[in-house]
Write a protein that binds this ligand. Structure first.
Ligand code: MLT
Ligand code: ZN
Length: 482
């Protein structure tokens, strides 16, 4: 049984001690300064916090955590505040303290021979990618929010994104981790070893734990060689089945070349091109669905363009692809990616939306899209399914935009009905109700049903062992005990 949430509100004395420890730039207590930290990117949650801490380093954070723990005050870690499931937003009690590591933003070292990077939690993913590239290497993790998302949050949520199909999720990139535990002690696992069988791989416990077990403060990440050639194409297809036929053709040619393989519905693309300034479709006409495929290789003298054209020619002939455009410059490649990466923003502009970040075995994606679209249309007439995402690893963002003209609040009031309808189909297809966004505050209610007694009980025992007083991110991941 998880310890009941029994956190205390911070006293004036605790806040004074934290202020003395962290200095004026390390603590915010003014309500207008705190406000941006109390709402999530999607505006689903509007919490309250007693203070925001912004420590400058691990030692400072460790001391601050020890003070909070001693006082029984709950802490909510927050990185770039880009969670899709409210996982970094404090609850409404006003007792929690938000802890933000954005001042811990140094890339400490890059070891070219080891292919590793030691990096602090507050570095944005984009800055980390740039640092790796400047060193002639690549950090192969790419998500739509990479300009704001920070390494600490990316690891705490085990982010996936566009390159999972080739390099895996964040978890696969983590060799070492430093964590401040809920009592203020520091677990220093900053080892950069490929082989290290010395007991439990504790670092993996913290990756994906959504801030419920401690604060990830820095990490050793595994890098890849920088590709010498990259080719991207946007392809028009009839549906998700055709997209998978195309995927199979690229995989059959050489699976090691596929760096990203993304699906977009015609409805999603229409929202992007209509609502996002500067986004336009580079094809003669709109299609029912699209694939953005990116090939990349570090090999010298590889004719990647020929490889891309070879598969596309075969697929044109077979009628699988009806039109396609190949990026002729880096600018065009980025323009193609903009069409994909602006999907979430376009949906936000279109009104309220319900997101279902789900995964199924790759082969079952077409059935998922067909069945879930029909079921949601039967549930709420006029609902606008706009599925898109990482079809190459079976992860579809089965997002639904509110019917035109409906009150957004009325639509959002039905979010559980919609999510449960989609989830029931996902379950029949042997999938997961949360592929890469995590559980956050949005989906803990689904945990008992999906994770069964033994699995959830084991998670609770781990939580209780590491955070016995339930002080770390208490509203996230676990359903209320009892
Ligand atoms: C993406 O891949 O763009 C995201 O995970 C966003 C979303 O689900 O809306
Ligand atoms: Zn995604």
């Amino acid at each position: 049984m998880t310890a009941p949430q029994s956190s205390a509100p911070p006293t004036a004395d605790l806040l004074a001690r934290l202020a003395a420890l962290l200095g004026p730039s390390g603590i915010l207590t003014d309500s207008s300064d705190i406000a941006p930290y109390c709402t999530d990117w999607r505006s689903l949650y509007h919490g309250r916090a007693a203070a925001v801490l912004r420590p400058a380093g691990t030692a400072e954070l460790a001391q601050a955590v020890a003070l909070c723990a001693e006082a029984g005050v709950a802490m909510v870690p927050q990185g770039g505040n880009t969670s899709m499931v409210g996982g970094a937003t404090p609850d409404e009690s006003g007792r929690d303290i938000v802890v933000c590591l954005s001042r811990m933003n140094r890339v400490r070292r890059i070891d070219p021979l080891d292919h590793t990077m030691e990096i602090e939690a507050g570095v944005t993913l984009k800055a980390a990618q740039d640092a790796a590239r400047d060193a002639g290497l690549m950090l192969p993790l790419s998500i739509s929010s990479e300009g704001s998302a920070q390494i600490g949050g990316v690891l705490a949520t085990n982010a996936g994104g566009n390159n999972t199909v080739r390099y895996g999720n964040a978890r696969e990139l983590v060799l070492g981790l430093e964590v401040v535990l809920p009592d203020g002690s520091v677990f220093n696992g900053l080892r950069r070893l490929r082989k290290d069988n010395t007991g439990y791989a504790l670092r993996q416990l913290f990756v994906g734990s959504e801030g419920t077990l401690g604060f990830i403060t820095s990490a050793i990440l595994q890098l890849q060689p920088q590709p010498r050639a990259v080719e991207a194409a946007l392809c028009a297809v009839a549906d998700a089945s055709a997209a998978l036929t195309l995927f199979a053709a690229f995989r059959d040619q050489d699976p090691a070349l596929i760096q990203a393989f993304e699906y977009m519905s015609g409805a999603g693309m229409e929202l992007v091109t209509r609502l996002v300034p500067g986004a336009s479709l580079p094809l003669a006409e709109a299609a029912p669905a699209y694939v953005l495929v990116e090939l990349a290789t570090p090999r010298r003298n590889a004719d990647l363009r020929a490889a891309l054209e070879d598969v596309l020619a075969g697929m044109f002939e077979a009628g699988t692809v009806s039109d396609a455009v190949i990026a002729e410059s880096e600018g065009q490649r980025l323009a193609l990616w903009k069409l994909r990466e602006e999907h979430a923003e376009a949906q936000r502009r279109a009104g309220a939306s319900v997101k279902n970040d789900v995964s199924v075995p790759v082969s079952r994606v077409p059935e998922l899209i067909d069945r879930a679209s029909a079921a949601c249309a039967a549930l709420i007439p006029g609902i606008r399914p706009a599925p898109f995402g990482h079809i190459g690893d079976g992860n579809i963002h089965f997002n639904l935009v509110q019917p035109e003209g409906m009150d957004p609040a009325d639509f959002l009031a039905q979010d559980h009905r919609i999510m449960d309808t989609v989830a029931a189909i996902v379950r029949e297809l042997d999938g997961s109700f949360s592929a890469e966004h995590g559980v956050g505050r949005l989906k803990p209610y689904m945990m008992p049903d999906w994770r069964g007694d033994a699995e959830l009980a084991t998670m609770r025992r781990i939580k209780d062992a590491i955070d016995p007083h339930g002080l770390m991110n208490p509203a996230t991941l676990f359903p209320p005990a009892g």
